[in-house]
Write a protein that binds this ligand. Sequence first.
Ligand SMILES: Nc1nc2c(c(=O)[nH]1)N[C@H]1C(S)=C(S)[C@@H](COP(=O)(O)OP(=O)(O)OC[C@H]3O[C@@H](n4cnc5c(=O)[nH]c(N)nc54)[C@H](O)[C@@H]3O)O[C@H]1N2
Ligand SMILES: Nc1nc2c(c(=O)[nH]1)N[C@H]1C(S)=C(S)[C@@H](COP(=O)(O)OP(=O)(O)OC[C@H]3O[C@@H](n4cnc5c(=O)[nH]c(N)nc54)[C@H](O)[C@@H]3O)O[C@H]1N2
Ligand SMILES: [Mo]
Length: 760
Amino acid sequence: MPDYKRIEPYDGAAGGWGALVSTTRALLNSRRPLANIRNLLKVNQAKGFDCPGCAWGDAAGHSVNFCENGAKAVAWEATASQVRADFFRRHKVSALRRQSDYFLEYQGRIAEPLSYNPATDEYEHISWQDAFELIGEKVRALSSPDELLLYTSGRASNEVAYLYQLFGRFYGTNNFPDCSNMCHEASGVGLSQSIGVGKGTVTLDDFEQADAIFVFGQNPGTNHPRMLHTLGQAAKKGAAIVSINNLKERGLERFDNPQDPRHMLTRSTSSISSLYLCPKLGGDMALVRGMVKQLWDWQQQGRPVFDRDFIDRHTQGLDGYLGLVEQTGWAEIEAQSGLSRSQITEAAAVFAGAKRVICTWAMGITQHRHSLATVQEIVNLQLLAGHIGRPGAGLSPVRGHSNVQGNRTVGINELPSDDFLDRLESHFERPMPRKHGLNTVESIAAMEQGTARAFIALGGNFAAAAPDSGRTQTALSNCELTVHISTKLNRSHLWPGKAGLILPCLGRTEQDLQNGTPQYITVEDSFSMVHASQGMTAPNSPEQRSEVAIVAGIAAAVLGEEELPWTVLAGDYGRIRELIGQTIPGFEDMNTRLDTPGGFYLDNSAARREWRTPSGKANFFAHPLPTQLLPLEFEGRPVHTLQTLRAHDQYNTTIYGLDDRYRGVYGQRMVLFINREDLVVLGMEAGQKVTLQSVWTDNRERKVAGFTLVPYDIPRGNLAAYYPETNPLVPLDSIGEGTGTPTSKAIGVVLIPERDSRIL
Ligand SMILES: Nc1nc2c(c(=O)[nH]1)N[C@H]1C(S)=C(S)[C@@H](COP(=O)(O)OP(=O)(O)OC[C@H]3O[C@@H](n4cnc5c(=O)[nH]c(N)nc54)[C@H](O)[C@@H]3O)O[C@H]1N2
Ligand SMILES: Nc1nc2c(c(=O)[nH]1)N[C@H]1C(S)=C(S)[C@@H](COP(=O)(O)OP(=O)(O)OC[C@H]3O[C@@H](n4cnc5c(=O)[nH]c(N)nc54)[C@H](O)[C@@H]3O)O[C@H]1N2
Ligand SMILES: [Mo]
């Protein structure tokens, strides 16, 4: 028997029997297997709950609509284990800091409200009423509303997110840092500037009609497994799938659908990608620039690849952009992308040969310094051939958290538009704060400096998900008050402020009764479809409350109920939906429209070729390619670029298990993927252990130890390791230009060998 902790290349397809075995294991390990199987039958069905796994859309009429990783997310929530005050008598908070994220979340659901006692270094039971009173007292004592930070993680429903932003704005602040600031911010900002709407322009149906789909910087086999089904179908119909990824990801190569018996019995694996390009980290913008350069050459040679009619009627800025394309030389394009001119020409040929092209992307595009420019470069490419607002074509930033897109739509935004605030003001007949709020990175700096002093988190795991972990954790403990509305114990709870509360909430799969009536909530997927979601399982503890009830309790304690009857609203979520309908365009009459199976579609102006930009047109943006910022050497060692990414058995900071099956990693997470030739140059060997040290412009030392070197098919000079273990390496001010997003896919590091550390 090989050691469980091992590296063993995976030669199967993604999905298939491996996924079924893993799903079954996740269900049996949850200690509530029956409830879970019943739950799975309700995932993404008309009368069920929306899968908390990801924001991919649901195929109508599909009887089973879950995937291996969605099953893990469901099973993880439905555990019978509980964390109560007695747990902290056995585990002091400071001792828990030495435990892994896996250990923390494995302890079960938070089963009662808890309050930190610095004298004993334990969380103790507190009643709901005392918890709300404490929050009311501390928040009212702040010297300015802008000392309050209201963080949101994208699993929150539209109803709770709307109530939460109302609370913040009635209190007087736009400080709504959220997970989106670390995620798809570049997509939102970039698309808004280019096409006047900060969302994707396609629906699931478009994938059926596309002739070519370009998948940039995304690992759907792990993070959006239902997308593989869509890509597999498209490939079968003859669409060209072009994958552009720093790594060869198995899911983008081959896929067996575990929900299709024929696939499983005949093992008729679908090949996904017809072309697979592996650019250097951050090289996508140069690749797209090269594609456009080639297309422009063809166009000039008389091969019509541009859609002149579309360009004339709908766009502006083409000449300036093409001028820049002409100035960008092939040598620069090849060096920066790490791809040859012939590879780039091949991609351009697929593009030119297709009538309907979709471009999708995720974190490989959005977590760089030049992400905004890269998103706009992809838009430029699509505009050239009119691939926006045509059936089977468009832009598709594939969102992360299951309702992160909805959260933004209903007002979780530190930079709300004037139009949005005007609507709130006229409906509620009171002024709304106009000063821009703080994003995630700015919030950390503000807590560090003491200009923000109270932090409330509606879900998520701020201390682990945010960059520069050490600084973030100290910043949190600087606060007068920290409040975490959570399902499970996590690292953020271990860094309480002077007063620190954990408030236990219901999850997506659980029955939510208010005044004896079951409630449902709504979410919006990546394709702007809004639909209802209703949990059925009995809650794990009677002391857990719904997120809506908790936020209403906080708002009532801070603001009172005279101006807005928070607790009455929370008694019937239909009332909150009425307010959403009255204040946010597209949601009119939503209580009735939700009856349509599959929900309703939120209008997308760009998909109708209406451009809500200042110019009234879709804009070509002409950004120069980024310049190299990292030094080539640091203290005599070569500087490598590290990307931090997800393994197959994790959901962001929630670690389900220690395997990354498709990448051949088992029983461990502290691995560092490296090019074989780089190993030789460094004089290091597979299996050796190294410490990673960041290279940055300040003098702070950022190091993480204990990474095992794993040779991998990855471009020279690039490295990959898992998040959140690597977050201490991400410098707080290493952020995207115009987005503030931590550059989690481009961190300069050096490798320091650890002595006597051979393990294999
Ligand atoms: N099971 C599961 N599902 C999830 C999540 C999860 O953790 N687990 N997280 C959810 C969330 S919040 C999000 S945002 C999404 C994340 O979904 P992804 O964006 O797929 O997540 P990452 O693991 O960060 O993967 C980034 C991918 O981009 C590639 N890449 C990195 N840098 C570059 C680059 O510079 N260029 C190119 N071309 N490729 C690059 C990496 O090799 C990797 O394949 O998934 C969501 N769904
Ligand atoms: N280095 C690096 N850092 C990254 C990234 C990266 O790729 N690399 N990715 C970034 C991205 S894309 C994102 S989106 C962020 C994610 O950042 P977050 O959204 O803050 O983190 P999660 O790990 O998704 O949060 C998990 C916690 O949410 C709580 N939770 C789960 N379900 C519920 C629920 O239904 N209600 C409530 N109230 N709480 C719940 C649980 O307590 C759990 O511990 O991380 C970012 N950080
Ligand atoms: Mo995300």
